[in-house]
Design a protein around this ligand. Structure first.
Ligand code: SAH
Length: 232
C-alpha cells in the first residue's frame, strides 16, 4: 500500500479533499493510506511552542529545528522520500509525481509562518517541493495537491489506464480541446473532424491542436518538446 505521512500543525485539514471522489475511494479501498502527525505533539513546553523569532531579526516566526526533527523522527523510519512543501523548492511536475507514485509513498512536512530553520532541511535531507511561483499561507494545501497528483496515478485508481497517457504533460504537450454533446452550443458547433468517425484524422487533429496550444501558451514546454523531438 502506498503510504503518505503528513506532519502539520493543522491535522484537521486532512484528509479534506483527499477524502472525496477518486482519492477518497482509493483511501477507503486501502490503495493508499494517510497518517497525520501534529507537530505540536513534539513540543516540550507547556504552551506546545513550535516557532520562535528569526535570528537576525525581521518579521514573522520560524519553525524550530529541534521540534520539527523530533516530529520527523517520530514517523516510522523507512526509505520514503521526505518532502518539505516550500515556495523555494523545485516546482512539482507530472514526471516527479509519477516517480513518487511508483515508490513506497512520501513523508511530507507542511510548514507555516515564515518557514523552517535551514539546519533542519540539511540535517534531515528534506527535498523542497514547490507548487508554483506564488505564496500560500501554509504547506497543507500544497501537500493535498501533491498527494492528489500522486494518488490518481496509483494502479487501479483511474478508470481507464489510457486517460493518464493522453493527459496534459504526459508527452510534454498540453492537452487538446475536448467537446461533448450538445452538437451546437450557443451557435458554436463541435469541430467537424471529431464527429466524422475517421480515427486517424481525429488523432492528427488532436496532435496539431495540442502542439498549437503548447506553442502559444507555454513556450517553455514547447522548446523542451522540440529539443526532445530533434536532438542536436
Ligand atoms: N517566507 C516564505 C514563505 C512562507 S509561506 C518565503 O518567502 O519563501 C508558509 C509556508 O507555506 C511555507 O513554509 C511552505 O510550507 C508553504 N508554501 C507557501 N507557498 C508554497 C508554494 N508555492 N509551494 C509549496 N509550499 C508553499
Amino acid at each position: 500500500m502506498w503510504r503518505a505521512s503528513v506532519l502539520t500543525i493543522f491535522p484537521e485539514m486532512f484528509p479534506g479533499p483527499l477524502g472525496v471522489s477518486l482519492a477518497g475511494k482509493a483511501l477507503a479501498a486501502n490503495v493508499w493510506s494517510l497518517d497525520t502527525h501534529d507537530i505540536r505533539n513534539a513540543a516540550t513546553d507547556k504552551h506546545r511552542t513550535v516557532d520562535d523569532t528569526p535570528a537576525g531579526g525581521g518579521p514573522g516566526m520560524v519553525m524550530k529545528a529541534d521540534v520539527l526533527a523530533r516530529a520527523l523522527d517520530g514517523v516510522p523510519h523507512d526509505t520514503r522520500p521526505r518532502l518539505l512543501m516550500s515556495p523555494r523548492g523545485r516546482p512539482l511536475t507530472q514526471a516527479r509525481a509519477a516517480e513518487l507514485a511508483r515508490g513506497l509513498g512520501v513523508v511530507i512536512l507542511c510548514a507555516r509562518f515564515e518557514g523552517v530553520d535551514e539546519r533542519l532541511i540539511k540535517a534531515r535531507k528534506l527535498e523542497e517541493v514547490s507548487l508554483g511561483d506564488f505564496v500560500l499561507s501554509g504547506g497543507e494545501p500544497a501537500a493535498i495537491a501533491l498527494l492528489d497528483a500522486c494518488v490518481r496515478l496509483l494502479p487501479g485508481v483511474m478508470g481507464k489506464e489510457a486517460s493518464a497517457a493522453e493527459e496534459s504533460f504526459a508527452d510534454g504537450l498540453l492537452e487538446y480541446p475536448q467537446y461533448t454533446r450538445p452538437p451546437v452550443f450557443e451557435g458554436e458547433p463541435i469541430p467537424e473532424v471529431l464527429t466524422g468517425g475517421d480515427h486517424a484524422k481525429v488523432a492528427q487533429w488532436r496532435r496539431e491542436q495540442a502542439e498549437k496550444l503548447t506553442r502559444e501558451r507555454r513556450p517553455d514546454l514547447w522548446a523542451a518538446y522540440l529539443a526532445r523531438k530533434r536532438p542536436n
